[in-house]
Design a protein around this ligand. Structure first.
Ligand SMILES: [Zn+2]
Length: 46
């Protein structure tokens, strides 16, 4: 592939096993990303 600027299209929202909000993105080329939003007041050490 030549230079390609990924376009992050939001695919959906979900919740992972830790209960954090996960936003999923995908480009039409097949690249995918996931952005996690930790819950406010969460305790990372648990
Ligand atoms: Zn792409």
């Amino acid at each position: 592939m030549s230079d390609h600027v990924h376009v992050r299209l939001r695919e959906g929202l979900g919740v992972n096993d830790d209960g954090d909000l996960v936003e999923q993105f995908a480009c039409r080329c097949g690249a995918v990303w996931a952005k996690t939003y930790p819950l406010e007041g969460g305790q990372p050490d648990q």
